[in-house]
Design a protein around this ligand. Structure first.
Ligand SMILES: NC(=O)c1ccc[n+]([C@@H]2O[C@H](COP(=O)([O-])OP(=O)(O)OC[C@H]3O[C@@H](n4cnc5c(N)ncnc54)[C@H](OP(=O)(O)O)[C@@H]3O)[C@@H](O)[C@H]2O)c1
Length: 252
């Protein structure tokens, strides 16, 4: 059942970086499990790839729901019996809400998707990777340059993306004895639907609103595909892929 490259699972595979990465991994020979809430978006990814099960499998999943995640991994076990790669990509943010106005509900939703969802998926994958034969696998977390430095008014997003770095380091350390590698890709300004406003104008540290450079999602997907292509003896611990001219280096 398994292809030579193995079984990859991508959360948030129905759009943006998740979709581009699904197409790149599929082209590299992975069988790709597409997870996310909107079935029609996942199916569109499979249609673009002209792929059918088992090379691509659509599994509608809400990463804020532990039961839904358990069901995703039950489906993977039944269909393939193993997992070689988890790309924890699903993510969300609030837009430009100052901390004094950020509600607990808004905060909790960002934590549930970006951090707790990634933890729960990683825990399922870790258990499978530890016990399967051949043993091991790879987990790649989608961080952000917001895992290094925040934007203005992005408390929940910046906090969860910083926390993901801790998750990545912990999984890397604890995974060593089971041949589980864990790395993180930190993206800056990939052109997706959720950051179209970045091209028009985003609030800068200075208080000015200015447009920023963005990059093609395929530049990111190729980075993830490279990380995924390595043998388990090698790991890209952190990779930053960002728009060359975006305000990040040099404090602006
Ligand atoms: N674009 C950038 O410049 C950039 C920069 C740094 C980091 N990132 C990170 O890259 C990741 C993907 O972002 P993107 O730019 O590609 O935006 P996007 O197109 O909005 O992708 C987010 C994906 O997450 C899924 N998702 C959201 N909530 C979910 C939930 N509860 N359960 C399951 N899936 C859920 C969405 O699918 P459904 O709505 O169908 O569930 C969607 O496919 C995020 O983690 C983001 O933080 C992006």
């Amino acid at each position: 059942m398994a292809t030579s490259a193995g079984i990859a699972v991508i959360t948030g595979a129905g759009s943006g970086i998740g979709r581009a990465t699904a197409l790149a991994l599929y082209a590299d020979g992975f069988s790709v499990v597409l997870a996310g809430r909107r079935r029609e978006m996942l199916e569109e990814t499979a249609t673009i790839a002209k792929a059918t099960p088992p090379r691509m499998l659509v599994v509608p999943t809400d990463v804020t729901d532990p039961t839904s995640i358990a069901s995703l991994f039950d489906t993977i076990t039944a269909a393939y019996g193993r997992i070689d790669l988890l790309f924890n990509n699903a993510g969300t943010s609030t837009r430009n809400i100052p901390i004094e106005d950020l509600t607990l509900e808004q905060w909790s939703n960002v934590v549930a998707v970006n951090l707790t969802g990634a933890f729960l998926c990683a825990r399922h994958a870790f258990r499978m990777m530890k016990n399967q034969r051949p043993r091991g696998g790879r987990i790649i977390n989608n961080g952000s340059v917001s895992a290094h430095v925040p934007r203005r008014n992005s408390t929940a997003y910046a906090a969860t993306k910083h926390a993901l770095t801790g998750l990545t380091r912990s999984l890397s350390l604890d995974g060593r004895e089971y041949d589980i590698a864990c790395g993180q890709i930190d993206i800056g300004n990939a052109a997706t639907a959720r950051n179209e406003d970045t091209a028009r104008g985003r609030l800068q540290a200075s208080g000015k609103v200015e447009p920023e450079a963005r990059i093609d999602v395929n530049d990111v997907a190729r980075g993830v595909a490279y990380m995924a292509s390595l043998s388990l003896e090698a790991n890209v611990q952190f990779m930053t892929v960002m728009a060359t001219k975006m305000p990040y280096i040099g404090r602006g």
